[in-house]
Design a protein around this ligand. Sequence first.
Ligand code: PFF
Length: 498
Amino acid sequence: MEKYFWQNKWVFILAAVWSAAGLWNLWRFPYQVYKYGWGSFIVAYLIILFLLGIGLLIWEIAFGQYTQKWAPEAFWQVSKYLKWVWWAAIFTGAVILTYYAVVIWWWIDYLWYSIKALFWWTLPWADNAKDFFFNNVLHLTKWISNSGSVSIPVLLWTFAAWILIYLFTFKSTKSVGKVVLVTATLPFITLLVLAIRGITLPGAMEWLKYLFSFNKDLFFSLELWKAAAWQIFFTLSLAMGIMIAYWSLKKPDSEIVNSTVLVAIWNTLVSFLSAIAVFSTLWYLAVKSGVWVDKVVDAWPGLVFVVLPKTIALLPAFQALFAVIFFITVFALAIDSAMSSIEAVSRAIRDKFENVPVEIITLIVSVILGLGSLLYVFGNGLYILDIVDHFITSWSMLFIWVIEALVFLFIGKKLISFILERNSCKLKFLFNKYYFWLSFALNVVVLGYLLILNLKKWIAYGWYPDEYLLMYGVYVIVGIYALAILINIVDILTSKKK
Ligand code: PFF
């Protein structure tokens, strides 16, 4: 019997919600809303969430709960030749974690400066936030081929980020369950306060009107729908083995649909709050500097590391205090997702080495992934991070989503009756067996289509050998899949012998 069951339903829901709600809610969602117009983006977002996202999330969850196994082992029960796909899912999550941890150190760095400013100095990015981020924090080189050097503080902060991740997860659900009570509550409260403050700022009606605009042309564009689908699948932490691992630590008879819908809605709410908080702040900055909002808005990483810190520095009072609260909030947002990812990896290994204490396994995983983070701590780290992130999200994750949807379609009947027996949702009439079949089919078609689009784009783009740096992304993907297939082969061979 797994001794790391969640303490209770609420701790578990908090952990799942805040695994889902992460940095993408804070920096990507507000940007998409701005780019496509809130009205148009939200409609597409909600349709995809209902028809595809919640469906896929419910199956991952039901599957974890049904098999009581972590992802690869659970899929071994469907077919032993499929196990590699979920090893690949777990490794994909692990690679994401290697750069997520680096982003966490950027935050710790900002937090450290803010704490210092609280006592002695002013915020050091007040004069030039861009220069501060790219030069002081990242030591960014001009070209990706120039790796620059690692500064000692950078190394120390990365180390600090990993120590924190380890300390928060070393006893699996027992420590995650406690930490999450703080790290989940805090960002929610601060985002709520920021959003309320934003709505009550003078001139708020103007940006609200702007945000809620419905752009008909954009609404019918493929780009908008793709962006919404990606936002949902990524923020729901699908295809990383996370939700399967989390839910496999729940008792097999627990309710499923209610909790899943709650996780999806809560995650969306965090995105909405972030968009309101971020936009009201940007509007404030634009008005204050007398420029159109277009001039201050920026995509990742500029939005969260340049524009928002700059806006904080422009506040009339208590800038340092505000900065401390803001950076703790973002840190809390990021750390919950990181914790869930490490739990998925360590749970996978725990099942293989049952006699090794969980603390040791988590330590080994943290050290290995921590070493992986070193790839991004040089002066060209941001470029490499961007490339790896692109390959991971647009290839590896998409591929796993497609296979996952196909597998769920294949075992649909069994899974649907398992889910329906554990459905006490008030919207039961919506989440009936027809919903699930429709959602299975739509997921296969839509995700398959996205994969084909990606392939077409890749072929049209061609292959330029001089862009050898893209190879970082290719190496990572090939490494993930080679290792996953190798483990699968070893498993098949050793299981025959048993
Ligand atoms: N849902 C998370 C987010 O939106 O940031 C996705 C995630 C990222 C999960 C990194 C886990 C992780 F380590």
